[in-house]
Design a binder for this molecule. Structure first.
Ligand SMILES: Nc1ncnc2c1ncn2[C@@H]1O[C@H](COP(=O)(O)OP(=O)(O)OP(=O)(O)O)[C@@H](O)[C@H]1O
Ligand SMILES: [Mg+2]
Length: 508
């Protein structure tokens, strides 16, 4: 029998009242790609942080190539050849991209001074491998989530690793970047590196991984070769019950609520026109960077428009701030929950009721109770794993934080709801719940715009799909005609040739 590259035995970790990990074990073999899956709050990131030296376990043993080790801090992990991509990028905003990558072990010349030129050259090389263009001399501040994630990946690839751990590395990457990453991960594992891959995207788990381990509520459930698992059986291990995916309810579409005419902004998108009616879900598809988020930001008053018109209930509107948009009934669930979505130090209750404080009971003593009721109702519906609604949001797992962002805007009861990647990073049970709620909201007469890179989600939920390519609408596809292939083609600026006789045109 070969010794495991990395062996964790009986690991436990508590945070106050939460048992994040209770006596879990995991074995990574050299050369294997091993998936770690489980619902939000199952303890995946906590285990990753124990291996990475971010957290110290309360109990348990870690062995690297048979040798008993401790990992007192992240630098110690890197020295031992444990490379980690964390779920939330942990970068220094004021340092350059290259400096972030080589922070711990910068290349030096023979006089032991840091060689900046060498550092930039090696950083640029890493991005070349990933086939992405990032200015390695620029500061990290202001970069998109996708770019930050790519920098984290480059940082992990920069060391000679024995173990590579990726905690939801693909959450904000485009499909091209995901493909490149997978190629690199496969190549890395072929060199004998043990890879641990944490993801909620089960298709990725089956595509990439040899074995999978499932955690549930901080406990170990099972480990099996992926060839012996199916999506259904994996979900059953994760959730402990059967889950059926929830397609959109049929609704009657009413009057136009939001009309967008020839809208442009400074750089993200141009000449975009569409209408969303009451009861309708309009899907916005396209590659990362196609301009979808920029449209949402203009509609919500975060960024100004440079041309065009927006009508709400037939009247022209121009919001100069999100609070103006919110007052008019437009709400936006942003993709980057840390920058735009949450006040991390606030409780779950205070985050959820922040936008609606004025509307809850004006009398203070009643307000506090109503706030808690509203927060409880929405966080229970979304199954937020928490000790209570008074818990600080920063103590929640990544996916549970995402649920709180969604709860916050659902509680605002808007007329137009814009969702940007609403189920990214949430587990399958919560995803079904979000779809159910969004579908109910549409049925109750809201106009919904859903931006999503998850094609099955866009196809299942949208009444119409607007596909963007490089800032312009490349195609509008009705629900009945939408296929993954057609959306993908339009997203890359091409058209699928329609079979003769369908009536669908293949040219403009
Ligand atoms: N720093 C912390 N303080 C308090 N509680 C924490 C802390 N970090 C994690 N927890 C709790 O530990 C549990 C496990 O969290 P963890 O982040 O490991 O989950 P996860 O499986 O990675 O979930 P996700 O899929 O949402 O990323 C959760 O209930 C979370 O609220
Ligand atoms: Mg996590």
């Amino acid at each position: 029998m070969t010794t495991a590259r990395l062996q964790l035995t009986g690991i436990s970790k508590r945070f106050a009242a939460t048992a994040a990990l209770a006596d879990v074990s995991l074995e990574l073999l050299a050369g294997e790609i091993h998936a770690l899956v489980g619902e939000n709050g199952a303890g995946k990131s906590t285990l990753v942080k124990v291996i990475a030296g971010v957290h110290q376990p309360d109990a348990g043993e870690i062995r690297l190539d048979g040798e008993l080790i401790t990992v007192p801090n992240p630098a110690a992990a890197r020295e031992r050849g444990i490379a980690v991509v964390h779920q939330e990028p942990r970068l220094f905003p004021d340092l350059s991209v290259a400096e972030n990558i080589f922070l711990i072990a910068p290349p030096t010349d023979r006089f032991h001074t840091i060689s900046w030129g060498e550092m930039r050259r090696r950083a640029a090389e890493l991005f070349e491998q990933l086939d992405v263009r990032i200015d390695v001399a620029a500061p990290v501040r202001g970069l998109s989530m996708a770019d930050q994630q790519l920098i984290e990946i480059a940082k992990a690839l920069a060391i000679e690793a024995r173990v590579l751990i990726l905690d939801e590395p693909t959450a904000s990457l485009s499909s091209h970047e995901v493909e490149r990453l997978f190629t690199i991960v496969r190549r890395t594992s072929e060199r004998g590196v043990a890879v641990l891959f944490v993801s909620h995207r089960l298709d990725e788990v089956f595509e990439l991984c040899d074995r999978a381990t499932v955690f549930r509520d901080g406990r170990y459930v099972t480990t099996a070769p992926t060839s012996e698992l199916t999506t259904a059986s994996l979900v059953r291990f994760m959730v402990g019950r059967e889950v059926s995916l929830f397609p959109k309810e049929a609704t009657t579409v009413g009057a136009p609520i939001l009309e967008v005419r020839n809208l442009s902004d400074a750089s993200g998108f141009r000449d975009v026109s569409f209408t969303v009616r009451a009861g309708e879900i309009l899907g916005l598809a396209g590659l990362v960077g196609a301009g979808r988020t920029e449209i949402a930001r203009v509609l919500f008053g975060i960024e100004p428009r440079t041309a065009g018109e927006v009508l709400l209930d037939g009247r022209p509107v121009e919001f100069r701030s999100p609070s103006e948009a919110l007052r008019a009934g437009v709400a936006y669930v942003p993709e980057d929950r840390h920058q735009d979505g949450l006040v991390l130090d606030f409780s779950i209750t205070n985050n959820i009721t922040l936008p609606i404080l004025g509307r809850l009971f004006p009398r203070l003593f009643l307000r506090a109770r109503t706030e808690v009721e509203v927060a409880t109702q929405f966080s229970e519906r979304l199954r937020v794993r928490m000790t209570g609604v008074d818990q600080a949001v920063k103590a929640l797992s990544g996916g549970n934080q995402q649920k709180v962002v969604i709860a916050k805007w659902l509680a605002a009861r808007p007329r137009v709801l814009i969702l940007d990647e609403p189920t990214r990073g949430v587990d399958i049970g919560a995803k079904v719940e979000v779809h159910r709620i969004v579908s109910e909201l549409a049925a109750s007469g809201l106009a919904i715009i859903m931006i999503s890179s998850d094609l099955p989600e866009v196809l299942a939920m949208s009444d119409r799909i607007l596909v963007l390519h490089e800032g312009r609408i490349s195609e509008e596809i009705p629900r009945a005609d939408a296929t993954e292939e057609r959306v993908m083609f339009a997203a890359t600026g091409q058209r699928v040739q329609a079979p003769a006789g369908t009536g669908a045109s293949s040219v403009h």
